[in-house]
Design a protein around this ligand. Structure first.
Ligand code: PAF
Length: 270
């Protein structure tokens, strides 16, 4: 694996005429990331992974400070699964000026995480924009755990870049907890609570799929989750999985959840 600390160096040495798969990450890699990398290795000649904890997508300074970082361990994982290139850029390498740090979001997209984490997706789109202005991968890979992010990025890239978005399903542990870099910040008891919530919502989804009128249980479910010690729901919403509108049928919806487990903010969708 060749490790590049700067985009310019990478650009000089990597031939983007080959089909390159790009997996942008913020590190602390887990099996969710590995599934994206495996998909890239299957679909592309070469695979490029980036590890960059993107400051512009954090709306709280403490969240950025506490975001888990494990570069040495990540490098070992990437070498083991034979990734071709790793990019670990510095902030000033990505953002050359203030203007490049933010992209505007449509008002109608300001729902769920976009509403509760102002500036978050603007920062995500900004970093992806900077990457794709400089690099020309054939495919870019994202996980469905960050479903709202996935749809926003797809829309943003559509008419702007040739790079195609490919996505992979959420990877869950044996108790149905979605893998996330933030899970490192939880102890066993916290993890049990989060698995309980995941199973509750998986069952809720099945009940709605059987009979759409069961969606009226939503507020009860929110209360049930909020009654768990040190758990606080930020939002729990049922939306159309294609356009995130509130217009949905029993075969085209997803349930979206963001909540705090102690101080750790977690998201999932079912
Ligand atoms: O999903 C993430 O880890 C980040 O939002 C991303 C896409 C790598 C951008 O920093």
């Amino acid at each position: 694996m060749i490790i590049f600390k700067s985009i310019n160096k990478l650009n000089k040495e990597v031939n983007f005429k080959a089909s390159i798969g790009f997996v942008p990450t913020m590190g602390s890699l887990h099996k969710g990331h590995i599934s994206l990398i495996k998909s890239s290795k299957k679909n592309c000649e070469k695979t490029l992974v980036s590890i960059f904890v993107n400051p512009s997508q954090f709306n709280k300074r403490n969240d950025l400070k506490n975001y888990p970082r494990n570069l040495d361990k990540d490098i070992k994982i990437l070498k083991k699964i034979k990734v071709d290139y790793l990019l670990t850029p510095r902030v000033k390498d990505i953002y050359k000026n203030k203007k490049s740090t933010k992209i505007k979001l449509n008002n109608k997209d300001k729902i769920m995480c976009a509403l509760h984490r102002p500036g978050h997706f603007e920062g995500v789109l900004a970093v992806i924009n900077q990457f794709l202005i400089n690099l020309r991968p054939k495919y870019i890979f994202f996980g469905e755990k960050d479903y709202q992010q996935l749809l926003l990025i797809k829309k943003f890239l559509k008419n702007k870049f040739k790079t195609k978005v490919l996505s992979c399903s959420t990877v869950r542990d044996k108790n149905n907890l979605a893998l996330s870099s933030r899970n490192i910040l939880l102890n066993n008891k916290d993890i049990k609570k989060s698995s309980f919530i995941a199973n509750l919502l998986i069952k809720f989804k099945k009940r709605i799929q059987k009979n759409i009128s069961n969606k009226k249980e939503l507020n009860n479910i929110i209360n049930k989750i909020n009654n768990i010690k040190k758990i606080k729901v930020e939002y729990l919403e049922i939306r159309n999985k294609n356009n995130l509108s509130k217009n949905y049928k029993k075969n085209n919806f997803k349930i979206f959840l963001a909540y705090y487990n102690k101080k750790v903010r977690l998201i999932d969708n079912y």
